[in-house]
Design a protein around this ligand. Sequence first.
Ligand SMILES: [Zn+2]
Ligand SMILES: [Zn+2]
Length: 436
Amino acid sequence: MKVTFFGGAEEVGRSCILISSGNSNILLDAGVKLGKVVEHPSITKQVLDKVDAIFVSHAHMDHVGYLPHLYSMGYRGKIYATKPTLELTNVLISDYMRISDPKAITKDGLTRMQKSYKIVEFREKIKVKDFTVSFSPSGHIVGASMITVDDGKNRLVYAGDVNLAKTRLLNGADIRNLNADALITESTYGGRKDIFPSESIVVNKALQSIRDTIKRGGKVIIPSFAVGRAQEVLFLLDDYMNSGVIPKVKIYVDGMINKANRIYRHNVIYCREELQKRILMSDYDPFRSPNFFPIESKTERSKVAASRESCIIVTTGGMLSGGPVLYYLSKLGTNQANKMILVGYQGANTPGRQLQDGAKEIEVEGKKIKVTLRIETYHLSAHADRRQLETFVSRIKGLKTVLVVHGEPGKLSEFSEDLAKKYRAIIPRIGIEYTI
Ligand SMILES: [Zn+2]
Ligand SMILES: [Zn+2]
């Protein structure tokens, strides 16, 4: 079995991996890297023409954003993914169309992409030429999967993005019964120091901070990815507001989060059983909490920003490179009564990372925004930390080779150096073919 990376190697973003065996070829993920400019994977038309099918791990732009490009380049194969992944992909892509180059994505390509969807159930076995492929839950966002590829001689597990911990909405990754010769693993938090404190400590500190800001009459801005973090943060706020830990104020929900919430809601069967029971057995549906106030128009958005009320605003984009959060920051970002709370991964060179590192101004799409309010970071990550990554790797039976991807250079090398004591550990480079 041969593995080639067209993106997501030595970086976080534009994940795209070719797996080949004999004359069978499949692609795992096809993402873009969002930043000041959108970066694409380096796959050529010549390679694409050989691809028999595409398998998608989960609906985040760094894993699905390049799909419409591939179909606009003439690709005609199928896309296999779980139902929530495919539905959420549609939401993300429709938003992406606003910023993407209309020449790169054709209407016809987009239509063909959506007609190529094939829903996969967890543990179902899909045969594509020499390959047998199956999905299992990776615990990262709803529908997120690890993908196992077997060519009859070797077996490979692609972790996608992985989280072992149970969250408010999801069970952790299902790491029982994994056996493989090779693993491709993310390492977003693979650095030796990436050990998260216990969730209850982080949550308590975050709640204290929110309480203080509300008591001061300020607004709390929480930028978030539309899919995954937003739902976890909203559920957390709802729980603690209902139990009186944080004062009752309006929780405004802006951007694509509202659409993503609806998809989460009707895919609740993919969430934790406790959540399904809560919705079925009681009258309380946290997705439709009376504490949440969706923002549906620009007028509503400007009213919220101009109002004097204390409130919480949960809005896209998660790394501040776009989305309504920029509007809120332009209006509220210099008022010291307000606060911004970061909860997710801030990619290298993104405005979110710049502010985290102490910048007082960001520039997005040529516009400068002064941001002098207090910024705090609380790790409510959807990714495994270093300890969890070690557990994950150690649970895979028969493992010989680990390919470490989806991480920043320092983290990749720290993680792979330690893995090298037990495995053949590789930090793959883009465009190079590795044999496993
Ligand atoms: Zn992800
Ligand atoms: Zn990712």
